[in-house]
Design a protein around this ligand. Structure first.
Ligand code: NAD
Length: 274
Protein backbone atom coordinates (compact mmCIF):
# COMPACT_ATOMS: atom_id res chain seq x y z
CA UNK A 1 0.00 0.00 0.00
CA UNK A 2 1.25 3.46 -0.82
CA UNK A 3 0.76 5.16 2.51
CA UNK A 4 1.08 8.65 1.01
CA UNK A 5 -2.20 8.07 -0.84
CA UNK A 6 -4.03 7.63 2.48
CA UNK A 7 -2.76 10.88 3.98
CA UNK A 8 -4.95 13.99 4.14
CA UNK A 9 -3.45 16.81 2.12
CA UNK A 10 -2.25 19.98 3.84
CA UNK A 11 -4.18 22.93 2.43
CA UNK A 12 -3.16 26.55 2.14
CA UNK A 13 -1.39 27.15 5.43
CA UNK A 14 -3.62 28.70 8.06
CA UNK A 15 -6.75 29.20 5.92
CA UNK A 16 -10.08 27.92 7.24
CA UNK A 17 -12.27 28.67 4.20
CA UNK A 18 -15.49 26.68 4.17
CA UNK A 19 -15.07 25.54 7.79
CA UNK A 20 -17.66 26.07 10.51
CA UNK A 21 -16.44 26.87 14.02
CA UNK A 22 -18.38 26.92 17.28
CA UNK A 23 -16.64 28.87 20.07
CA UNK A 24 -18.28 28.71 23.50
CA UNK A 25 -18.02 31.82 25.67
CA UNK A 26 -17.12 34.02 22.73
CA UNK A 27 -19.06 37.21 23.47
CA UNK A 28 -15.90 38.61 25.09
CA UNK A 29 -12.23 38.10 25.93
CA UNK A 30 -10.29 35.11 24.64
CA UNK A 31 -13.31 33.45 23.02
CA UNK A 32 -14.05 36.51 20.92
CA UNK A 33 -10.35 36.75 19.99
CA UNK A 34 -10.46 33.16 18.78
CA UNK A 35 -13.71 33.67 16.85
CA UNK A 36 -12.23 36.77 15.17
CA UNK A 37 -9.09 34.89 14.25
CA UNK A 38 -11.14 32.04 12.70
CA UNK A 39 -13.39 34.49 10.84
CA UNK A 40 -10.33 36.31 9.48
CA UNK A 41 -9.05 32.96 8.18
CA UNK A 42 -12.32 32.39 6.28
CA UNK A 43 -14.39 30.27 8.68
CA UNK A 44 -18.06 30.81 9.52
CA UNK A 45 -18.39 31.22 13.26
CA UNK A 46 -20.99 30.54 15.93
CA UNK A 47 -20.73 32.95 18.85
CA UNK A 48 -21.99 31.88 22.28
CA UNK A 49 -22.03 33.52 25.70
CA UNK A 50 -23.77 36.06 27.84
CA UNK A 51 -24.12 39.82 27.48
CA UNK A 52 -26.56 42.57 26.62
CA UNK A 53 -28.44 41.62 23.42
CA UNK A 54 -27.66 44.95 21.70
CA UNK A 55 -23.95 44.65 22.55
CA UNK A 56 -23.82 41.08 21.24
CA UNK A 57 -25.59 42.21 18.05
CA UNK A 58 -23.04 45.03 17.59
CA UNK A 59 -20.10 42.72 18.28
CA UNK A 60 -21.29 40.18 15.72
CA UNK A 61 -22.04 42.93 13.19
CA UNK A 62 -18.52 44.33 13.57
CA UNK A 63 -17.00 40.87 13.26
CA UNK A 64 -18.92 40.23 10.01
CA UNK A 65 -18.04 43.65 8.56
CA UNK A 66 -14.36 43.31 9.46
CA UNK A 67 -13.89 39.81 8.09
CA UNK A 68 -16.69 39.19 5.59
CA UNK A 69 -17.37 35.93 7.43
CA UNK A 70 -20.81 34.64 8.38
CA UNK A 71 -21.47 34.73 12.14
CA UNK A 72 -24.50 33.54 14.08
CA UNK A 73 -25.28 33.48 17.80
CA UNK A 74 -26.43 30.89 20.35
CA UNK A 75 -27.42 32.01 23.85
CA UNK A 76 -27.06 28.49 25.30
CA UNK A 77 -26.07 28.34 28.96
CA UNK A 78 -23.04 26.09 29.41
CA UNK A 79 -24.34 24.88 32.78
CA UNK A 80 -27.36 23.28 31.05
CA UNK A 81 -26.76 20.01 29.16
CA UNK A 82 -30.05 20.26 27.22
CA UNK A 83 -29.19 23.78 26.02
CA UNK A 84 -25.74 22.54 24.96
CA UNK A 85 -27.35 19.75 22.92
CA UNK A 86 -29.71 22.34 21.39
CA UNK A 87 -26.75 24.59 20.50
CA UNK A 88 -24.94 21.83 18.59
CA UNK A 89 -28.18 20.99 16.73
CA UNK A 90 -28.65 24.68 15.94
CA UNK A 91 -25.17 24.80 14.36
CA UNK A 92 -25.82 21.65 12.32
CA UNK A 93 -29.20 22.97 11.16
CA UNK A 94 -27.67 26.31 10.16
CA UNK A 95 -24.56 25.02 8.37
CA UNK A 96 -25.05 21.24 7.97
CA UNK A 97 -21.56 20.74 9.43
CA UNK A 98 -19.31 21.47 12.40
CA UNK A 99 -15.57 21.43 11.74
CA UNK A 100 -14.07 23.20 14.73
CA UNK A 101 -15.29 23.12 18.32
CA UNK A 102 -13.61 25.41 20.85
CA UNK A 103 -14.54 24.86 24.48
CA UNK A 104 -13.65 28.23 25.92
CA UNK A 105 -16.46 29.33 28.27
CA UNK A 106 -15.11 29.64 31.77
CA UNK A 107 -15.46 31.33 35.11
CA UNK A 108 -12.95 31.81 37.92
CA UNK A 109 -13.29 31.61 41.68
CA UNK A 110 -10.67 32.57 44.27
CA UNK A 111 -10.66 31.38 47.88
CA UNK A 112 -9.26 28.78 50.28
CA UNK A 113 -10.60 25.29 49.56
CA UNK A 114 -12.49 25.04 52.86
CA UNK A 115 -14.26 28.31 52.10
CA UNK A 116 -15.37 27.61 48.53
CA UNK A 117 -19.19 27.53 48.56
CA UNK A 118 -20.44 24.17 47.24
CA UNK A 119 -22.61 25.85 44.61
CA UNK A 120 -19.57 27.83 43.37
CA UNK A 121 -17.55 24.61 43.08
CA UNK A 122 -20.40 23.04 41.08
CA UNK A 123 -20.70 26.07 38.78
CA UNK A 124 -16.95 26.21 38.06
CA UNK A 125 -16.85 22.49 37.27
CA UNK A 126 -20.02 22.70 35.14
CA UNK A 127 -18.92 25.63 32.97
CA UNK A 128 -15.16 24.95 32.76
CA UNK A 129 -15.25 21.15 32.46
CA UNK A 130 -18.61 19.38 32.08
CA UNK A 131 -19.76 21.70 29.27
CA UNK A 132 -16.81 20.47 27.19
CA UNK A 133 -17.87 16.86 27.76
CA UNK A 134 -21.39 17.69 26.53
CA UNK A 135 -20.32 19.72 23.47
CA UNK A 136 -17.78 17.05 22.53
CA UNK A 137 -20.18 14.13 22.76
CA UNK A 138 -22.73 15.95 20.60
CA UNK A 139 -20.18 17.22 18.06
CA UNK A 140 -18.25 14.00 17.49
CA UNK A 141 -20.92 12.12 15.47
CA UNK A 142 -21.12 15.04 13.01
CA UNK A 143 -17.32 15.28 12.77
CA UNK A 144 -17.08 11.54 12.09
CA UNK A 145 -19.82 11.74 9.44
CA UNK A 146 -18.08 14.56 7.62
CA UNK A 147 -14.68 12.85 7.79
CA UNK A 148 -12.82 14.90 10.40
CA UNK A 149 -12.75 17.82 12.79
CA UNK A 150 -10.86 19.80 15.39
CA UNK A 151 -11.56 20.16 19.10
CA UNK A 152 -9.66 22.81 21.03
CA UNK A 153 -10.11 23.11 24.78
CA UNK A 154 -9.08 26.33 26.48
CA UNK A 155 -7.52 25.11 29.71
CA UNK A 156 -4.98 27.20 31.63
CA UNK A 157 -1.49 27.10 33.12
CA UNK A 158 -3.58 26.00 36.12
CA UNK A 159 -4.42 22.86 34.14
CA UNK A 160 -0.75 21.92 34.48
CA UNK A 161 0.33 23.27 37.88
CA UNK A 162 -1.41 24.26 41.11
CA UNK A 163 -1.76 27.69 42.70
CA UNK A 164 -3.18 28.38 46.18
CA UNK A 165 -6.77 29.66 46.34
CA UNK A 166 -7.81 28.23 42.97
CA UNK A 167 -9.05 24.72 43.92
CA UNK A 168 -12.22 24.54 41.80
CA UNK A 169 -10.67 26.28 38.81
CA UNK A 170 -7.44 24.24 38.87
CA UNK A 171 -9.40 21.00 39.35
CA UNK A 172 -11.60 21.82 36.34
CA UNK A 173 -8.63 22.84 34.21
CA UNK A 174 -6.61 19.73 35.13
CA UNK A 175 -9.78 17.77 34.29
CA UNK A 176 -10.09 19.30 30.86
CA UNK A 177 -6.47 18.42 30.09
CA UNK A 178 -7.33 14.79 30.94
CA UNK A 179 -10.47 14.92 28.79
CA UNK A 180 -8.37 16.33 25.93
CA UNK A 181 -5.92 13.43 26.04
CA UNK A 182 -8.64 10.76 26.12
CA UNK A 183 -10.69 12.32 23.30
CA UNK A 184 -7.48 12.61 21.24
CA UNK A 185 -6.76 8.90 21.72
CA UNK A 186 -10.34 7.85 20.95
CA UNK A 187 -10.46 9.88 17.71
CA UNK A 188 -6.85 9.51 16.53
CA UNK A 189 -7.72 7.43 13.45
CA UNK A 190 -10.71 9.56 12.46
CA UNK A 191 -8.94 12.70 11.18
CA UNK A 192 -10.11 14.45 14.36
CA UNK A 193 -7.64 16.17 16.67
CA UNK A 194 -8.22 17.31 20.22
CA UNK A 195 -5.79 19.66 21.96
CA UNK A 196 -5.73 21.97 24.95
CA UNK A 197 -4.34 25.50 25.01
CA UNK A 198 -3.02 26.47 28.45
CA UNK A 199 -2.73 30.26 28.74
CA UNK A 200 -1.04 32.05 31.59
CA UNK A 201 -2.28 35.59 32.18
CA UNK A 202 -4.07 37.04 29.17
CA UNK A 203 -5.01 40.67 28.69
CA UNK A 204 -8.83 40.75 28.87
CA UNK A 205 -11.27 43.27 30.40
CA UNK A 206 -11.17 41.03 33.48
CA UNK A 207 -7.44 41.71 33.95
CA UNK A 208 -8.01 45.49 33.87
CA UNK A 209 -10.77 45.14 36.49
CA UNK A 210 -8.51 42.94 38.63
CA UNK A 211 -5.71 45.54 38.50
CA UNK A 212 -8.05 48.38 39.52
CA UNK A 213 -9.37 46.25 42.36
CA UNK A 214 -5.88 45.41 43.66
CA UNK A 215 -4.70 49.03 43.41
CA UNK A 216 -7.61 50.02 45.60
CA UNK A 217 -7.45 47.19 48.18
CA UNK A 218 -3.66 47.08 48.55
CA UNK A 219 -2.86 50.74 47.92
CA UNK A 220 0.03 49.76 45.62
CA UNK A 221 1.09 51.50 42.40
CA UNK A 222 -0.26 50.03 39.14
CA UNK A 223 3.14 48.77 37.92
CA UNK A 224 3.77 46.93 41.20
CA UNK A 225 0.30 45.34 41.12
CA UNK A 226 0.89 44.11 37.56
CA UNK A 227 4.43 42.82 38.09
CA UNK A 228 4.30 41.39 41.61
CA UNK A 229 0.68 40.32 42.01
CA UNK A 230 -1.00 39.53 38.70
CA UNK A 231 2.17 38.42 36.91
CA UNK A 232 3.94 36.99 39.99
CA UNK A 233 4.07 33.49 38.42
CA UNK A 234 4.72 34.61 34.83
CA UNK A 235 8.49 34.89 34.16
CA UNK A 236 8.22 37.07 31.04
CA UNK A 237 6.20 39.66 33.02
CA UNK A 238 3.78 40.43 30.24
CA UNK A 239 0.19 39.50 29.52
CA UNK A 240 -0.47 37.50 26.38
CA UNK A 241 -2.87 39.22 23.98
CA UNK A 242 -6.11 37.51 22.91
CA UNK A 243 -4.78 37.69 19.33
CA UNK A 244 -1.92 35.37 20.35
CA UNK A 245 -4.38 32.79 21.67
CA UNK A 246 -6.51 33.27 18.54
CA UNK A 247 -3.51 32.71 16.25
CA UNK A 248 -2.55 29.50 18.07
CA UNK A 249 -6.14 28.23 17.94
CA UNK A 250 -6.35 29.01 14.21
CA UNK A 251 -3.14 27.06 13.62
CA UNK A 252 -4.41 24.07 15.62
CA UNK A 253 -7.65 24.24 13.61
CA UNK A 254 -5.83 24.28 10.28
CA UNK A 255 -4.86 21.36 8.06
CA UNK A 256 -1.21 22.05 8.90
CA UNK A 257 -1.81 20.81 12.47
CA UNK A 258 -3.21 17.43 11.42
CA UNK A 259 -0.58 15.51 13.40
CA UNK A 260 -0.86 17.52 16.61
CA UNK A 261 -3.26 15.79 18.95
CA UNK A 262 -3.53 15.16 22.68
CA UNK A 263 -1.21 17.99 23.65
CA UNK A 264 -1.66 20.59 26.38
CA UNK A 265 0.18 23.55 24.95
CA UNK A 266 1.25 26.30 27.39
CA UNK A 267 1.17 29.90 26.16
CA UNK A 268 2.24 31.27 29.50
CA UNK A 269 5.50 33.24 29.24
CA UNK A 270 7.41 30.44 30.96
CA UNK A 271 5.10 29.93 33.97
CA UNK A 272 5.06 26.12 33.69
CA UNK A 273 8.76 25.93 32.78
CA UNK A 274 9.63 26.21 36.48
P1 NAD B 1 -14.28 36.33 29.92
O1 NAD B 1 -14.98 36.47 31.23
O2 NAD B 1 -13.84 37.56 29.18
O3 NAD B 1 -15.16 35.44 28.92
C1 NAD B 1 -15.87 34.34 29.35
C2 NAD B 1 -16.92 34.02 28.33
O4 NAD B 1 -17.68 32.90 28.81
C3 NAD B 1 -17.93 35.16 28.13
O5 NAD B 1 -18.31 35.19 26.78
C4 NAD B 1 -19.11 34.74 29.00
O6 NAD B 1 -20.35 35.29 28.58
C5 NAD B 1 -19.07 33.24 28.78
N1 NAD B 1 -19.77 32.49 29.81
C6 NAD B 1 -19.64 32.53 31.15
N2 NAD B 1 -20.53 31.69 31.74
C7 NAD B 1 -21.20 31.09 30.73
C8 NAD B 1 -22.24 30.12 30.67
N3 NAD B 1 -22.76 29.59 31.78
N4 NAD B 1 -22.70 29.75 29.46
C9 NAD B 1 -22.20 30.30 28.32
N5 NAD B 1 -21.23 31.21 28.31
C10 NAD B 1 -20.74 31.60 29.51
O7 NAD B 1 -13.04 35.35 30.24
P2 NAD B 1 -11.68 35.07 29.47
O8 NAD B 1 -10.60 35.62 30.30
O9 NAD B 1 -11.77 35.44 28.04
O10 NAD B 1 -11.61 33.47 29.61
C11 NAD B 1 -11.95 32.59 28.56
C12 NAD B 1 -11.36 31.21 28.87
O11 NAD B 1 -9.93 31.31 28.97
C13 NAD B 1 -11.83 30.62 30.19
O12 NAD B 1 -12.01 29.23 30.06
C14 NAD B 1 -10.68 30.92 31.13
O13 NAD B 1 -10.61 30.00 32.19
C15 NAD B 1 -9.50 30.75 30.18
N6 NAD B 1 -8.29 31.43 30.63
C16 NAD B 1 -8.26 32.78 30.79
C17 NAD B 1 -7.08 33.39 31.20
C18 NAD B 1 -6.97 34.88 31.37
O14 NAD B 1 -5.92 35.36 31.84
N7 NAD B 1 -7.95 35.66 30.98
C19 NAD B 1 -5.96 32.60 31.48
C20 NAD B 1 -6.03 31.23 31.30
C21 NAD B 1 -7.21 30.65 30.87
Amino acid sequence: MNIALTQPTVGTAGRLDGKVALVTGSTSGIGFGIARSFASAGASVVINGFGKPEEIRDTIGTLQNETGAKAIYSAADMTKPDEIAGMVNFVLEAFSRLDILVNNAGIFHVGPVDQVPADKWDAVLAINLSSAFHTTRHALPAMRRQGGGRIINIASALGLVGLPLTSAYAAAKHGIVGLTRVVALETAEQNITCNAICPGNVWTPLAEAHIADQIQTRGLPREEVIRNILLAEQPNKRFAMVEEIGALAAFLASDAAASITGVALPIDGGWTAH
